[in-house]
Ligand binder design. Structure first.
Ligand code: MSS
Length: 366
């Protein structure tokens, strides 16, 4: 096997042996490294960058960072220092890449073959977007989308729309959104969007714009390529079209984190099976676990603190495992009644994989 790739310098502070480095801009957490506490330590949070990370100079003077606000009654610019004085809220969310689980698509869509680790459950603190809107006299009439723009410097001589990380989402997304400057109790690291990041609870990773420089309320979706053609659920084998559904709210999902086949030897008897489950914009209500690939199901119990509807819950169930091979799977249901499906939704780019069958763990008991 090839030697594991080293962490890139901007992420050198990550726990190296817990991560899978696909490339310098795509780093996921190993399935064996989620642990049994609800919060993912920042050192274990995955990284996905569509563009090179900005220069660390942008976090040297955090308070000087400027956010431009448009599509409100009174458009204005605010420094991070001013934003801090406008209000504070804290929200725990699952941050999950739209392509998490792409690695399980037999069609091998292009893009990073993430398994389960392009996800974490973390605490963000910052100013509610609602407070910002209020300070700006309200959303201007006729706006249907909230649009965030990443602060990366773009190379000269290329059409900015082809590269810029700019995403639009339905206007209602502002309700629980925050502009965060803190992650898990520390100033937001550059790798995760410091000094300021848009957090849209329940929406897939790409909508959570790092180093945000502009927040706009708009009548239409941005013309940026990452919105128009990227991150859409396109039928397998087809070219993406702006009419395909955009990847926004996350569907209900769960996966087992222990035991794993490579966890050492399992001996026959009572076995604690555990994992994580979440419902996107809805809380997760129920998790069932099967040790026979989905033939019979057992209700799991949630453990640990409930960090709110946008967080994941840790679940566990203790089942007697006999000697031999077992296929462990979990199936979550959210409070809206959505049940994690057996099969993935086939799509050209491998987004939103929440198939319980794809996330099965095969273990052998001695
Ligand atoms: N933002 C910006 N500005 N840039 C970039 O690149 N990316 C995305 C988000 N945001 C970006 C942004 C993605 S795509 C994701 S996932 C996320 O982010 C991640 O995060 P972290 O912190 O983990 O790295 Mo897929 O859907």
């Amino acid at each position: 096997a090839a030697a594991p790739k080293p962490l890139p310098p901007f992420a050198s502070w990550k726990t190296a042996d817990a991560m899978i480095v696909h490339s310098s801009s795509t780093i996921e957490l190993k399935r064996s490294a989620f642990g049994s506490s609800v919060i993912t330590p920042s050192e274990k949070l995955f990284i996905r960058n569509n563009l090179p990370t900005p220069d660390a100079a942008i976090v040297a003077d955090r308070d000087a960072w400027v956010l431009q606000v448009e599509g409100v009654k009174k458009p204005a610019s605010f420094s991070l220092k001013q934003l801090r004085a406008m209000g504070v809220e804290s929200v725990t969310t699952v941050l999950q890449c739209s392509g998490n689980g792409r690695g399980f698509f037999p069609s091998k869509p292009s893009g990073t073959p993430w398994q389960v680790g392009a996800a974490g459950c973390v605490v963000w603190s910052g100013v509610p977007v609602k407070a910002l809107i209020e300070a700006c006299g309200g959303v201007a009439d006729g706006m249907a989308f909230m649009t965030g723009t990443g602060g990366e410097k773009l190379p000269e001589g290329v059409d900015p729309k082809s590269l810029i990380v700019e995403r639009s989402m339905p206007l209602k997304a502002f309700e629980d959104a925050i502009l965060a400057w803190e992650l898990n109790g520390s100033p937001l690291p550059l790798a995760h969007g410091g000094p300021l990041r848009l957090i849209v609870p329940g929406y897939t990773g790409v909508n959570n714009i790092k180093y945000i420089k502009r927040l706009a309320f708009t009548q239409t979706q941005t013309e940026a390529k990452i919105q128009k053609h990227g991150y859409r659920i396109t039928a397998a084998g087809q070219e993406s079209s702006p009419n395909d559904p955009s990847v926004w709210e996350m569907p209900v999902k769960s996966w087992i984190t222990a035991p794993l086949a490579d966890n050492g030897e399992l001996s026959a008897g009572q076995t604690v099976i555990q994992g994580v489950a979440f419902g996107g914009v809805h809380a997760v209500r129920l998790v069932e676990v099967s040790a026979d690939g989905g033939k019979s199901w057992h209700k799991a119990r949630f453990f640990g603190p409930d960090m709110g509807k946008y967080a994941w819950r840790q679940f566990s169930v203790t089942l007697p495992l006999s000697a031999g091979a077992h296929k462990l799977v979990s199936r979550a249901t959210d409070t809206a009644g959505n049940v994690q499906p057996e099969q993935r939704l086939e799509n050209a780019h491998g987004y939103n994989n929440n198939s319980w069958a794809d996330h099965a763990v095969s273990v052998t008991v001695a």
